[in-house]
Structure formats: C-alpha cells, structure tokens
Design a protein around this ligand. Structure first.
Ligand code: ZN
Length: 511
C-alpha cells in the first residue's frame, strides 16, 4: 500500500511540474512573448500538456489507485492521503473516459474556433463563427454523454435529471464539482425574483455623477496604487508579481509563485483598480493553500465558483465598500491629485457603485452582472438540449437582453460574440461567476460572526483578520474538500442566494 502511495505521489508531482511549466509558457505568452512566436509556443505547450496527460492516464496509475481504494476511509475527509486518492480518482476517471480521438478533435476544433472567434468579433460576423460554435456544441455533447455516468455515480441513487439537465450537469461538474443544473436553477430563480425588481427600482433614480472616473489617471500611479492596496490585503510579492496583459488573469505556477496581470486605461479608473483587486482575491486564495499540498492535484482552488467567491469578496465586498473609501480616499487624492483632488469618499463610493444596464458582461456593475450570466446559462442549456439552433443564438441573445436589461446590442460583436468562453470549448462555465458571488456574501457574513471587530479592522485598513479567517476556513484546504463541504463548514449553510439579495437590497435599495 505505502509503495503504491509513494509511486502515485511521485507521478503526480511529475505531472504537476509539467502542467505548471506549461502554465509558465502560457503566462509568458500573454505578457511578454513577441507575437511571431505564437505557432512555436503552441507546439511547446501542447507537448508539455500531452506528456502530462500520458503520464497521468498510464495504466500503472489505475493500478496504484485500485491498490489504495478505501485504504484511508477511516481518516477525516480532508486528510491529505485520503483527499489525494479521492481527487486523483475523480480526475483520472474523467481523463480516461475521453478517448484520444476526442481529445485531439477538441484541441483542433477549439484552436480554430478561437482564431475564428477573434476575426468574427472584429468583423461583427456571427455567420463566420457559427460553424465553429456548432462543432463546439457537438464535441461538448459527446463529452457530456461520456461523462454522464460518472456524474450520476457521484450524485447517487436519488439523482434523476432530465436528459438535457444530465448533459449540462456533466459539463458543469468539471468547473463546479457538486453543483447540478437543478441546484443552479434553484439559486438563479431565487436570484432573478429578487434582482429584476431591484434593478428596475435603481434604474428609476437619477444616477450619481461618475464623470471624474474618466480621469486622466497616469498609468504609473495606477500601477503603484493598485499594488499598494493589494499588498495591504496581504498579497505577498515575494511569492507573486504583477504584469500587464490584454485580459487580466491570475495564475499559480507554484504555491510560492502566484502571479496577477492587469490592464491600464488612463481614461477610466475602475478598469485597472478593480481588476487588480479582483485578481488579488484569486491570488490570495492560491497563496493560502497549505504548502503540504504543493506538487499535488490538491494545490488548486476547490472549484471555479469558490475561486470567484474570493475575487469578488475582495473586489466588491471590501473594495466597493463605504468604509474602504473612507479609509483610502486621502491616499487616492494624494496619488491622483488632478482627477480626484476634490472628490470626497462618499462621492467616490457612489461613483464606483453606479448601476446602469450595459451590453458587456465584464464591464457590468454588481447588480446587472448576474443578468448577463442568467442569459448565458439559458442559452447554453438550450444549445445542449437541442432546443436552440446555433443559427438562432443572436436572436435568442438579443431577446434575453431586452427582457433582462432593456437594452439590445446594436451588433453581435457587443452581443453574443463578446465572450471568449465558447471559442475555448467551455460550456457550463458561466454559472460559476454568479455562484461565486453568492458564496462571497455567505462567507463574509460568517467571517463577521466569527471574527469580533472585523468591520472596525476593515474600516482601519487592517485586513489580516479577514484574510486569516479565509485562510483557515477556505484557502488552506485547496481541493482537499469539495466546495459544498467547505461552504457548509465555514457558514453552516448550503449555497443560497438569500444573503446576497439581502446585501444588494441594503446597499442599493430604497434610500
Ligand atoms: Zn475571477
């Protein structure tokens, strides 16, 4: 048994190294690589990922897992060995269920789809992207059919979804283990019922002045101010760094090397600042994973939703909070005297929380953001169910925009072509953005209950008590516990839209 465990751990360390090395190349591609190297880089990354896949799906890995089956079941669920075997078994089952032919077809189709999407978005030409999206839906349907038995096994005998839900569940499971279409729909129905009237109520008011957010904001000062706040939150730059990229992201190259990127717009303050706070939230999670889990599959976020709960918590619940600006505004005025010299904290707070229906998800405010996610969930589900044809996506999109936000995109580039996800082959991903946001409020409420004086500390710009609580309750586990279990232990609750709705009403409701 201990031989099998030692062999398994050694193999996993090796595949982890290969994946992390590929991630370094991907990070470099988005930050420093000259554009002419794209083709060469694709080969390099492809080779590393393929080696990792081959080493992970080799027959001896199945033998080791079989030898270890049930061995640690008398230990606590989060025990390192027990969790390692459980999570590896799950990853291995998924990896081996998809035949090599599918993996190759998917890699090729999405590589082409990504290029086609860029061009189609540029030219506002949905018809040029449609055949690629059709192929992505086909391949995802095949993937779902192959993974459905595994997902059914996880959910046990009471699990009886409709065929369409079963497909969506199989895809969702990759991003948000434990979630189902039914559980997501229940949360989203609750959210929709409270959110739609609240948005209408806010819209009926005159929006506060936010013209001063258009600056100018010198890029060097933005860079330094964002990092100053990130450092105050606890982001360790001895084990991290910030670079520029077209689309902000964070990436963990090791627990001791977690990087973020940002983009700077001299004419709009929120782009870089809240982008940095968001990515810092992701990075704090990865930096907080127990060092004992490094070089194993457990050294990662428990799910995309839980990851997003961390980014949203620091970006919105901390960074878009009244007390935050009361504390930081003198500093912001000193750093940006031209744009903010005469702006007080209350005016700043209102400006960075303006609610207005917009076309683009990533630029949406805290409230309308979820309406963008709801419509993507509906459309993806319908595509997989076969009840919506790819050709009809633009019409379905625009109809949902009218229904939810009262605005219709003038072009598909600002409508159904705006997001990269489908061109990457990712269906079932969007719901995690909203699930994470709902969890962020559940976690923050629990932190308030557990940590005496938490709000006083936050108002004084002292973030260690909050970060310490998150480290203890969420970060350190990595993937050793599944998201629903982490949430249950930390908050005593299951996923629930109620706390977020109460938060949104208190912040944005009738004054
Ligand atoms: Zn995020």
């Amino acid at each position: 048994m201990s031989d099998a465990l030692a062999a398994l751990r050694e193999r996993l360390a090796e595949t982890s190294d290969l994946h992390r090395a590929a991630a370094v190349l991907e990070w470099d591609q988005e930050t420093h690589m000259p554009p002419g190297a794209a083709e060469a880089r694709a080969h390099q990354i492809g080779t590393l990922r393929r080696f990792a896949h081959e080493r992970f799906t080799a027959p001896e890995v199945a033998d080791w897992l079989d030898a270890l089956d049930g061995t640690f079941d008398d230990r606590p669920e989060e025990d390192g060995d027990r969790a390692l075997v459980r999570v590896t078994r799950r990853d291995h089952a998924r990896a081996t269920r998809l035949p090599g032919a599918w993996v190759t077809a998917f890699a090729e189709a999405t590589s082409r789809a990504r290029e086609a999407w860029k061009a189609a978005r540029e030219a506002d030409d949905f018809a040029a992207f449609a055949p690629h999206l059709r192929r992505v839906v086909e391949l995802n349907t095949e993937k779902a059919e192959r993974l459905m038995p595994l997902v059914a096994e996880v959910h046990g005998p009471g699990y009886a979804p409709s065929p369409a839900d079963a497909r969506y569940d199989a895809l969702l499971d990759e991003f948000e283990a434990g979630a189902t279409t039914a559980s997501v729909s229940a949360a989203f129905d609750q959210l929709r019922a409270g959110l739609v009237p609240l948005v209408a109520e806010v819209m009926a008011r005159t929006p506060p002045d936010d013209a001063f957010l258009h600056g100018p904001f010198p890029e060097g000062a933005q860079w330094a101010f964002g990092l100053e706040v990130a450092g105050a939150f606890g982001y360790d730059l001895n084990c991290g760094r910030q670079d520029r990229s077209a689309h902000p992201f964070s990436t963990a190259l090791a627990i001791t090397d977690v990087r973020i990127t940002t983009r700077l717009d001299p004419h709009f303050f929120p782009t870089a600042f809240f982008g940095t706070l968001h990515e810092t939230g992701h990075a704090l999670y990865e930096q907080g994973v127990s060092p004992a889990l490094d070089r194993t599959p457990l050294a990662d976020g428990a799910s995309l939703g839980l990851h997003e709960s961390q980014s949203r918590l620091w970006e919105n619940l901390v960074g878009r909070n009244q007390a935050f600006w009361a504390h930081w505004m003198p500093r912001a005025r000193a750093v940006f005297p031209d744009a903010l010299g005469s702006v007080d904290a209350e005016v700043m707070y209102r400006a960075v929380n303006v609610v207005r229906p917009s076309l683009i998800r990533v630029e949406a405010d805290e409230l309308t953001y979820h309406l963008h996610v709801l419509l993507r969930f509906e459309i993806e589900h319908a595509l997989l169910a076969g009840s919506l044809d790819v050709a009809d996506v633009p019409e379905a999109w625009n109809e949902a925009m009218r229904r939810y936000l009262g605005v219709v995109p003038p072009t598909n580039a600002d409508g159904c072509l705006q997001d990269i996800h489908w061109s990457l082959g990712a269906l079932g991903y969007f719901p995690t953005y909203t699930l994470g946001t709902l969890m962020s409020v559940q976690l923050m409420e629990a932190a308030r209950r557990d940590v005496p004086g938490l709000d006083d500390a936050l108002a004084a710009g002292i973030y260690a008590p909050l970060l310490g609580w998150l480290r203890e309750k969420v970060h350190r586990y990595g993937r050793s516990l599944a998201t629903p279990e982490i949430l249950r232990r930390a908050t005593g609750q299951t996923l629930d839209a109620g706390p977020w709705l109460a938060y949104a009403r208190a912040k944005y409701g009738e004054e």
